[in-house]
Design a protein around this ligand. Structure first.
Ligand SMILES: [Zn+2]
Length: 338
């Protein structure tokens, strides 16, 4: 494409930026709008990748390379003066200067958010996105994760098989910062949303969730009917009062569990799955924790979390394993991995 070895900027036809490459420029604008609407850089990278585009040096886009591209004022026909101000560069532009300013605003917001996160202020009512689903489980034992504050008050997720007052525990050895896990899953999910095949997968998953919810509701009805018949069995001396009592306690626990699973599935089935990529990304950014959990449930079989260092602020590879629904289902959770 180029005679020269100097890298041209993606979207421009040549190093001198004398013209635009229609498809690249169009895709770059769409990717920038994703970012302006609140998406992470990785979503924009996934979008460009999904359109079959690579960087001007032939490398696949990453969050990092997209971030660099979005911070280059040339994409908006601008150049930066030594004093930091932006002036017209006299060549074609892909974004308007206003859009470029919005990109800069998003960077500033992110920086502000990061610094307040590390400020370590414990909030009173943390909304755990994955606190009441079976989605996130302990990689060691397979127990689901629940939201739990650390001793210092930071929101986290923890293996639910820890010892408690009412029962001995078997594990409870894995925990993770809530923000770290939620940010990671959010980025991965939004990046997936940007892929063309995702929408059809979501429709299928939604149908599955509906079917399973209906089956569980039937199971719950049967269970309720069984509980209702216990009293009669005691009256007819078919069972003792104490065994009826323990059967009832058992059934109560199962009812609670079934009702919870039905709630999770119905929530998933109610998740919107249509809309353009920017619409879905915008939706994600303003969605309630329930809706986010519902969408995650539609896209993932399960998320396994393995032990990591204390107070670590980044995820080391392999710590969080995502099992996507458009891939083969995972083995039972908590199986030995090595
Ligand atoms: Zn565990």
């Amino acid at each position: 494409m180029e005679d020269t070895v100097a890298p041209r900027i993606f979207g421009f036809s040549d190093v001198a930026k004398s013209g635009l490459l229609g498809e690249e420029a169009d895709a770059l604008l769409e990717a920038a709008l994703l970012r302006i609407n609140g998406g992470p850089f990785s979503a924009s990278a996934a979008y460009l990748h999904g359109r079959g585009l690579v960087g001007s040096l032939g490398a696949e886009f990453t969050g990092q390379t997209v971030a660099r591209l979005f911070r280059n004022p040339a994409i908006a026909g601008l150049k930066r003066e030594p004093d930091g101000s932006l002036v017209d560069a006299g060549h074609p532009r892909i974004l308007t200067p206003e859009q470029f300013a919005q990109l800069e605003e998003r960077d500033a917001e992110d920086a502000k958010k990061k610094s307040s996160d590390s400020g370590g202020e414990a909030t009173d009512a943390y909304e755990y996105v994955y606190g009441s689903s079976d989605l996130v489980v302990c990689g060691l034992c397979g127990a689901y994760f629940h939201g739990l504050r650390t001793n210092s008050g930071h929101p986290g997720y923890c293996c639910s098989a820890a010892p408690r007052a009412d029962r001995p525990g078997t594990c409870g050895r894995v925990r993770i910062s809530a923000q770290l896990l939620e940010d990671h899953l959010g980025e991965q999910l939004v990046a997936r949303l940007s892929l063309p095949a995702t929408q059809r997968d979501l429709e299928d998953a939604r149908e599955d969730a509906r079917t399973l919810a209906a089956e569980l509701r039937k199971e719950l009805d049967d269970l309720n009917a069984g509980v209702d018949s216990l009293a009669g069995m005691v009256l007819r001396h078919e069972i003792t009062a104490s065994s009826a009592k323990s059967a009832k306690t058992d059934a109560k626990r199962q009812q609670k569990e079934l009702a919870r699973r039905i709630r999770v599935l119905e929530r998933a089935a109610a998740t919107p799955v249509t809309g353009s990529v920017p619409e879905l990304v915008a939706w994600w950014n303003s969605a309630s924790v329930e809706a986010k959990a519902g969408l995650a449930q539609l896209m993932l079989y399960r998320v396994d979390v393995f032990p990591g260092g204390q107070g670590v602020r980044t995820l080391k590879p392999g710590r969080v394993k995502l099992w996507w629904r458009n891939q083969p289902p995972p083995p039972p959770a908590g199986e030995p991995q090595e």
